[in-house]
Design a binder for this molecule. Structure first.
Ligand SMILES: NC(=O)c1ccc[n+]([C@@H]2O[C@H](COP(=O)([O-])OP(=O)(O)OC[C@H]3O[C@@H](n4cnc5c(N)ncnc54)[C@H](O)[C@@H]3O)[C@@H](O)[C@H]2O)c1
Length: 253
């Protein structure tokens, strides 16, 4: 980690959910490299390794192992930030899961799990964070998805959850702007992470409905999304609120 002479997040406290892998991991590492004190949360025990790596490279980070689909687990990262650092300046709601089915066959358990993690989890973490964010005049960045902006076949629960996240983003942005809190979202297209690598589409689907061509294929790694998230979270984005920033190589341009 190269020390930045004027780190954008110096002395700021950032909470990142889903920080054990992919976009959340890249975001936590980048925030720490830019001076933030990071609370890195995930259900996956690998969160301890991510935090060890940040600390080894000179950053400040604390690991929280918790499940955002349970209210207490969604609130735990915020409580840890307040206990350890006394404030929250940035909340990145990144934890999420993906599942695919024919829409007429979505199992109840799939619908309930995806909504519990991707939507209700974001609600619980955000509700807990808002009083602290009002105090710090902080901000939130949500991980939405291009599935909230365009049709993504076989992803009914996932698309509904991300549409909900985008609606929450805009509602919160309006409601808290005058109290100094900004709320924005990124909408990644297909990014190369374990989530996408592990996706199982149903048999007998017409994949051409799902595969859109990204003109910038070589930039599909999680770091490009982390760059967008940290831009939205940084003080330089002070007049950007209620925005959704696509990171999809122009797929939906
Ligand atoms: N990869 C993509 O193409 C893409 C596209 C659009 C949006 N997104 C969104 O970006 C976010 C990150 O996705 P990613 O691609 O980095 O996936 P990923 O699978 O690499 O990372 C997701 C992380 O969330 C964690 N997580 C899952 N369930 C959890 C729970 N109940 N409690 C706490 N943590 C939990 C996982 O353990 C994992 O570390 C997700 O919200 C995803 O929906 C990803």
């Amino acid at each position: 980690m190269d020390p930045d002479p004027s780190p954008r997040f110096a002395d700021l406290v950032a909470v990142v959910t889903g920080a054990a892998s992919g976009i959340g991991r890249a975001t936590a590492s980048r925030l720490a490299a830019e001076g933030a004190f990071v609370v890195a949360a995930d259900i996956d025990p690998a969160i301890d390794d991510v935090v060890a790596e940040i600390v080894d490279t000179g950053g400040v980070a604390v690991a929280v192992r918790s499940d955002v689909s349970v209210r207490s687990g969604a609130e735990a990262p915020i409580d840890t930030a307040l206990d350890r650092f006394g404030r929250v300046d940035v909340l990145c709601n990144i934890a999420g899961i993906l599942a695919a089915s024919h829409s007429h066959e979505v199992p109840d358990e799939q619908w309930e799990r995806v909504i519990a993690v991707n939507l209700t989890g974001v609600f619980h973490t955000t509700r807990r964070a808002l009083p602290a964010l009002v105090e710090s005049r902080g901000n939130i960045v949500m991980a939405a998805s291009t599935s909230a902006l365009s049709g993504h076949p076989w992803m009914l629960a996932y698309s509904a959850s991300k549409g909900g996240v985008l609606a929450m983003t805009r509602t919160l942005a309006m409601e808290y702007a005058r109290r100094g809190v900004r709320v924005n979202a990124v909408a990644p297209g297909g990014i190369t992470t374990p989530m996408v690598g592990g996706l199982e589409l149903p048999d007998d689907v017409d994949v051409s409905l799902f595969e859109r061509i990204s003109p910038l294929d070589e930039f599909r790694g999680p770091d490009t999304v982390a760059a967008a998230i940290t831009f939205l979270a940084a003080p330089e984005a002070a007049h950007i609120n209620g925005e959704v920033l696509r990171v999809d190589g122009g797929t939906l341009a």
